[in-house]
Design a protein around this ligand. Structure first.
Ligand SMILES: *Cc1c(COP(=O)(O)O)cnc(C)c1O
Length: 420
C-alpha cells in the first residue's frame, strides 16, 4: 500500500463500538482478568496493557501507523524527540562507551551528546556528515552507535547514506537516523539500510505545532546484527532487572522492547494518550502537507538565490547546492520545507527576522505556519563560536521553516523584509 493509504488506516481496525476515528484511551492503568493474566503480562507470556508509562492503546495505533510509514517492524512513542534520541543512545551505550555523531545535528542533540551524556561517562566522537570517510578512524571496540540526520537541521545537508551504512555494517555498529525533517514521505532510512529511526513528532508529524512528542523505530530482523555481537552484550546476556530475560532470544523486536521494558519503565518519558491522538490526526495529512512544504520551499529558495542581499542559500533541492546529487538520489520526491540562507552579518539577519509578518519569529519547524529563526542567537546560543561553525551555523544564517500558506504571499513577505 502507498503512504497516503497507510497514513490513514494502518494500525487501527474499528473498536468494539465501531468507532471510525481512533479513540483517545485516556487511562493510567488497565484492569487484569485475574492474577494469572496479570502475571502473564508482566512475564511477557501474553502481550497486553499494564500501565500507560509502558503502553497505551491510542499510542499503540500511533506507533503502528508510523512504523508502517517508515517500513519499520515496531515503534515506541516518547514524550519528546529529545527523549527518543536519548533512549536510542541509552539503549546501547554505558559509561566507558562512545558514540559517533554527525557534527551537523539539531542543537539539542549537540548539547545532549556533547555535554549531558558526557557526565554519564559516554563519549561522543563527531564526524563531518559531508565527509563520511572520517567515521572509520573514530571507531573502536567501544563504539556503539552512528547517529546522523537525513536532512540536517539547520544546515540542511544530505548525508551519503550508502557510504555511512557500508562503514557501519563493516564494523557491525548500529546506525540511527533522525528523520524529523525529511519525514518518511521523502526519505525511508530503513530502506536505505539503516537500523534505527528517531523523530521529533513535534514537527511535521503534528504539522500544526500542537504538541511535543517523539518516536523511535527499528527495522525488521535487527536481532541478526545484535545477536552474539560483543558491542551489544547486554542484549545477549540475562537482564537482571527483568528476571534474567535475554532480549536476543525473544521472537520480538528487541530494540524497542528493551526501550519499553527498561528505559520507559525506569525513566518514564512516555507520551500522553491525547498527544498520541494528535499525532495520528497529523499523520493523516502528512503526505499532502509535505508536498506543499517542499514545493514552496523550492520556489522560495530560488527567489532568495537571485536576491542581491543574500550571500548563500542552503536548500538541497537547488541545482547549485553541494548536496543536490545526493538529494536527487535519496530524496527524489521532495526535500522538505526547511531552508537556510546567509546574509552579511548577525545584525542584518536579525533585522530580517524582525521584519517578516507571515513568517513568525519562533523556534520551531514543521508547522503549517511559516517560521523564521536566527539560530545563532536562539536554538544554537549555547554553542561556542567553534561549535557554531562546525554545526554549519554562521552568525548571519537565517533559518526558514516554510509553511503551507500561499507561496506568493510568502515570497512577498520575504521580499519586503529583505528590502525594508
Ligand atoms: C526538534 C528536533 C528534535 C527535538 O525534538 P523535541 O520534540 O523538540 O524534543 C530533534 N531532532 C530534530 C531534527 C529536531 O528538529
Amino acid at each position: 500500500m502507498q503512504d497516503q493509504t497507510l497514513a490513514i488506516h494502518a494500525g487501527y481496525e474499528k473498536d468494539a463500538q465501531g468507532t471510525m476515528a481512533v479513540p483517545i484511551y485516556q487511562s493510567t492503568a488497565y484492569e487484569f482478568r485475574d492474577t494469572e493474566h496479570a502475571a502473564n503480562l508482566f512475564s511477557l507470556k501474553e502481550l497486553g496493557n499494564i500501565y500507560t508509562r509502558l503502553m497505551n492503546p491510542t499510542t499503540d495505533v500511533f506507533e503502528k501507523r508510523f512504523a508502517s510509514l517508515e517500513g519499520a517492524v515496531a515503534g515506541i512513542g516518547t514524550a519528546s524527540g529529545m527523549s527518543a534520541i536519548f533512549y536510542a543512545i541509552a539503549n546501547v551505550a554505558e559509561a566507558g562507551d562512545n558514540i559517533l555523531v554527525a557534527k551537523q545535528v539539531y542543537g539539542g542533540t549537540t548539547t545532549l551528546t556533547g555535554h549531558t551524556i558526557k557526565r554519564f561517562g559516554i563519549e561522543t566522537r563527531y564526524f563531518d556528515v559531508n565527509n563520511p570517510s572520517e567515521i572509520e578512524a573514530l571507531i573502536d571496540e567501544k563504539s556503539k552507535l552512528i547517529l546522523f540526520e537525513s536532512i540536517t537541521n539547520p544546515s540542511v545537508d544530505v548525508p551519503d547514506f550508502e557510504a555511512i551504512v557500508a562503514i557501519a555494517n563493516k564494523h557491525n555498529i548500529l546506525t540511527c537516523v533522525d528523520n524529523t525533517v525529511a519525514t518518511p514521505i521523502f526519505c525511508k532510512p530503513i530502506a536505505l539500510g539503516c537500523d534505527i529511526v528517531v523523530h521529533s513528532a513535534s514537527k511535521y508529524t503534528t504539522g500544526q505545532g500542537l504538541a511535543i512528542g517523539g518516536i523511535l523505530l527499528e527495522r525488521e530482523n535487527l536481532v541478526e546484527k545484535i545477536k552474539d555481537n560483543s558491542r551489544y552484550s547486554h542484549f545477549n546476556e540475562p537482564d537482571e532487572s527483568y528476571h534474567g530475560l535475554v532480549y536476543s532470544d525473544l521472537p520480538l523486536p528487541l530494540f524497542t522492547l528493551r526501550v519499553r521494558l527498561a528505559l520507559l519503565r525506569d525513566l518514564g518519558a512516555a507520551p500522553s494518550p491525547f498527544n498520541s491522538w494528535l499525532y495520528i490526526q497529523g499523520l493523516e495529512t502528512l503526505a499532502l502537507r509535505m508536498r506543499q512544504h517542499s514545493d514552496s520551499a523550492l520556489a522560495i529558495a530560488t527567489f532568495l538565490e537571485n536576491h542581491p542581499k543574500v550571500k548563500k542559500v542552503n536548500y538541497p533541492g537547488l541545482e547549485s547546492n553541494k548536496n543536490y546529487t545526493l538529494a536527487q538520489k535519496y530524496l527524489p520526491k521532495g526535500q522538505s520545507g526547511l531552508l537556510s540562507f546567509e546574509v552579511e552579518d548577525m545584525l542584518t539577519a536579525k533585522a530580517i527576522a524582525d521584519k517578516t509578518e507571515i513568517f513568525k519569529l519562533v523556534v520551531n519547524i514543521g508547522d503549517s505556519k511559516s517560521i523564521i529563526t536566527h539560530p545563532a542567537s536562539t536554538t544554537h546560543q549555547q554553542l561556542s563560536k567553534q561549535e557554531l561553525i562546525e554545526a554549519g551555523v554562521p552568525e548571519g544564517l537565517v533559518r526558514l521553516s516554510v509553511g503551507i500558506e500561499d507561496t506568493n504571499d510568502l515570497i512577498e513577505d520575504l521580499r519586503k523584509a529583505l528590502e525594508a
